[in-house]
Design a protein around this ligand. Structure first.
Ligand code: ZN
Ligand code: ZN
Length: 76
């Protein structure tokens, strides 16, 4: 088992654009979870799922910590 080298997947332009959008959302929300104000393990949550009419706009995104994010998805 010596296959150390793996093909690095090409970075999609989409994911770069999304990453910069994510940064904007985090900055807008002051790098705090909008539910509990935690400042660590932050993630960006789509308030309307992408499969719906949810698009990748800042209005549709909210900063949540990993815990609150998990709760959001558990409830549905
Ligand atoms: Zn939280
Ligand atoms: Zn989410």
């Amino acid at each position: 088992m010596s296959s150390v080298y793996r093909n690095v997947p090409r970075v999609r332009l989409n994911s770069i654009a999304y990453e910069s959008l994510r940064q904007q959302v985090l900055r807008r929300d002051g790098w705090r979870c909008q539910s509990c104000s935690a400042m660590s393990n932050l993630e960006v949550h789509h308030q309307v799922f992408r499969s719906h009419l949810g698009n990748d706009s800042k209005e549709n995104l909210i900063t949540l910590c990993a815990i609150c994010h998990g709760v959001k998805h558990a409830r549905i």
